[in-house]
Ligand binder design. Sequence first.
Ligand code: FES
Length: 78
Amino acid sequence: MDCPKVAQPGPYVIEVTPRRYAWCACGLSDRDPYCDGSHRDCGMKPIIVTIEEPQKVAWCGCKQTQTPPFCDGSHKSL
Ligand code: FES
């Protein structure tokens, strides 16, 4: 299975609560932007981040960001 796969051509902007998150790096998750274990099909691993306070996060959905797990605008060049 080829990856990373573009899960969606733009960010997931989500209000999040403080805790650890596992961002899907491969684009295969059915729970994108979060990992569901589907990376086993292509050998990639999720990026684990700890969010310290409530905030709005722009999770990369295109999987092309240079600042994972966050959107850096790379989706604009897809
Ligand atoms: S959604 Fe991937 S860089 Fe914006």
